[in-house]
Design a protein around this ligand. Sequence first.
Ligand SMILES: *Cc1c(COP(=O)(O)O)cnc(C)c1O
Length: 348
Amino acid sequence: MIDVPSPLRLRLSSDALVANWRWLAAQGGAAACGAALKADGYGLGARDVMRQLVGAGCRDFFVATWGEAAALMPLPAGVSLSVLHGVGEGDMVAARLLPARPVLNSVEQVRRWRAAGEGRPCDVMVDTGMNRLGLRIDEATGGALDGLAIETLLSHLVSADEDSDQNARQLAAFRTLRDQIPARRYSLANSAGICLGADYGFDLTRPGLALYGGTPRAEAAGHIRQVVFPEARVLQVRTVPAGETVGYGATWTAPRDSRIAVVNMGYADGYLRCHAGNGGATWQGQALPLVGRVSMDLTAFDASEARGLNEGHWLTIDYDLAAIAARSGLSQYELLTGLRMRFERGWS
Ligand SMILES: *Cc1c(COP(=O)(O)O)cnc(C)c1O
């Protein structure tokens, strides 16, 4: 096969990933700090994320589906992997064969797991307010779990990223569950939950977003480092005379004679049209504002101040998740997981 170099890449920072995990681990008090790897490690590459976090001391990982679990095999020694969506009928073969635990989410799933006669430990999700996945509290405490070998009992916070009374209510409900349902470990907090304080840590935390550079709450600002740096190669630099426009819809008019750098990246790559009007890039410390609309695979930047920039040079695209989320209305999760496969992933 011909090795074709990609014109766009995600530079991923190992140091930042590991530093974020360490910071989150420190906030969780005595709790072990795990990592959510679903959606291919929020788009960064689940295998690479796992390998680096295992190197830092992380032992507990979470994916959504059995397909995601299978893609992580073989697991490094001593690693625990949980499958958040539990076991449907069609998952039982994978659940039997793979060294991963289902997070059982319903009475039906508990029955299915028991019927398989595994006897191996499982995890269980109890719903304390999300009404998404998990047994209801009355189901969980009403005998459905009796005799089950539960490794980790989980619940998930609804509004941890907000100052909502519901956080304290879910904390209290989860403490009550801990006293009623025997399990080896208890786990409640995602990234935002970790920022609510060590009370929320219990035995194990499950950050995702903040590992990858998202800021889940103000407490994390200044501590969480950017991990994902999109970069795009300049396809062409052109001179646009004052008064001419750039791109579809002629939404940007050159206020003076301008040098415009066109890069090989657009909304088909997950670099969405919401960046028009306020997106930007840098080259050798020089800021290049985005001009005009974002096209399917092309975006233009004003390189008038970037002297020496030319075809083949690489721009680093501004990708401050919290800032872009605040002005675009998209969530930091969407901004991370939306970056598509034409970006070549590379760790440094
Ligand atoms: C995705 C997920 C997490 C991680 O959440 P973040 O907000 O990304 O930290 C933790 N627990 C469960 C059950 C999840 O689905």
